[in-house]
Design a binder for this molecule. Structure first.
Ligand code: ADP
Ligand code: MG
Length: 258
C-alpha cells in the first residue's frame, strides 16, 4: 500500500517550471530510486514533500491525509524526515547533540503551544533513542566528538542519524552517497536496507546508479520537471527517453536488479 502518493504535482520558480504535473508513489518498506540529470527537479521535489516549498498544483497524499497545505513542522510530526544534498549540521556541537536536536525539534513540533513549555524534554527520555540510533548508524564510539572535526563522510552519517532518530515513516535521502568512500557506501547501503526492513518508505535521490540498482526495485526518472519513466532499474536503462536524458552526462545506468 502506498505511504506517499504524489499526483500531478507542479512547482514553478518565476518563469521556470521546475516540476510539471509529476506523479509518483512509494510503499511502506520500499526504496524508490529518484534519478534524473542535474536540474531535473529532484531536490525541488524533496522540498515540496517536506513542505519547505509550497506546490502550485496537484496533491501530496501521505498515509490517509493530504499534506500540501500543511507547514513543514506538521509534516515532520506525521513522520517525514530528510537528509540534504549539502550536509547541514551544527558544526560546534557534538555528534550526540546534533542527533538529539533532531529528536528535540521533532518533539517540540509535536507539543502544541503552551504544553511544550510545561513539559520540557527530560535528558533521559532523549538519551535512550539517541544512543540507540548512534549505535545503529555506527557512530556510538564518537558520540562526544565535535562535528566540525569529523571527516566528510562521517558527517553524512550524523545527518542520517538525526533524520531517523524520530523513527520517520518516510525518509527522503538527497544524494546521500556523494563523497563517500567505498567502505562508507557499503555502510550506507546496509543502513538503507535496515531502515526499509523496519517498514519505513524511502526515496533515494542518487547519482550513483550502481547503488540505485542494488537498493531499488523501482526507479522513477524525471527530466526538466517531467516524469519520463517508472519501472525497474534494468528496464530504465533500456528506455530510449531515459538514455536520451542522460546523454552528455558521464554516467549511464549500470547495475540494475530486475
Ligand atoms: P536537481 O536536484 O534534480 O539537480 P533542483 O531541484 O535542484 O534539481 O533544480 C531544478 C530546477 O529548479 C533547476 O533549474 C534549478 O536551478 C531551479 N531551482 C531550484 N531551486 C530554486 C529556487 N529556490 N529558486 C529558483 N530556481 C530554483
Ligand atoms: Mg539536487
Amino acid at each position: 500500500m502506498s505511504v506517499l502518493e504524489l499526483s500531478r504535482v507542479s512547482k514553478r520558480f518565476g518563469g521556470l517550471q521546475a516540476l510539471s504535473e509529476l506523479s509518483l508513489s512509494v510503499s511502506s518498506g520500499e526504496v524508490l530510486g529518484l534519478i534524473g540529470p542535474n536540474g531535473a527537479g529532484k531536490s525541488t521535489l524533496v522540498s515540496c514533500i517536506t513542505g519547505v516549498l509550497r506546490i502550485d498544483g496537484g496533491t501530496i497524499r501521505f498515509q490517509d491525509g493530504e499534506l500540501q497545505r500543511l507547514p513543514p513542522h506538521r509534516r515532520a510530526r506525521r513522520g517525514i524526515a530528510r537528509t540534504f544534498q549539502k550536509v547541514r549540521l551544527a558544526d560546534q556541537l557534538t555528534v550526540y547533540e546534533n542527533v538529539a536536536a533532531g529528536l528535540a525539534s521533532h518533539w517540540f513540533a509535536r507539543a502544541s503551544g503552551w504544553s511544550s513549555v510545561f513539559q520540557p524534554l527530560s535528558a533521559t527520555s532523549v538519551a535512550e533513542p539517541v544512543n540507540r540510533t548512534l549505535e545503529r548508524v555506527g557512530l556510538g564510539d564518537i558520540s562526544g566528538v565535535v562535528v566540525k572535526s569529523l571527516p566528510f563522510g562521517q558527517r553524512h552519517f550524523v545527518e542520517l542519524a538525526r533524520a531517523i532518530v524520530s523513527e520517520p515513516k518516510l525518509l527522503l535521502l538527497d544524494e546521500p552517497a556523494t563523497g563517500l568512500t567505498e567502505h562508507e557506501r557499503e555502510r550506507l547501503a546496509a543502513l538503507v536496507k535496515d531502515i526499509a526492513a523496519q517498514g519505513c518508505a524511502q526515496i533515494l535521490v542518487e547519482h550513483d546508479l550502481e547503488l540505485v540498482g542494488r537498493l531499488c526495485n523501482r526507479v522513477t526518472v524525471i527530466n526538466q520537471g517531467h516524469h519520463i519513466f517508472t519501472g525497474s532499474p534494468a528496464a530504465a536503462q533500456r528506455e530510449p527517453e531515459v538514455v536520451r536524458a542522460y546523454l552528455g552526462m558521464n554516467q549511464l545506468i549500470s547495475g540494475g536488479s530486475g
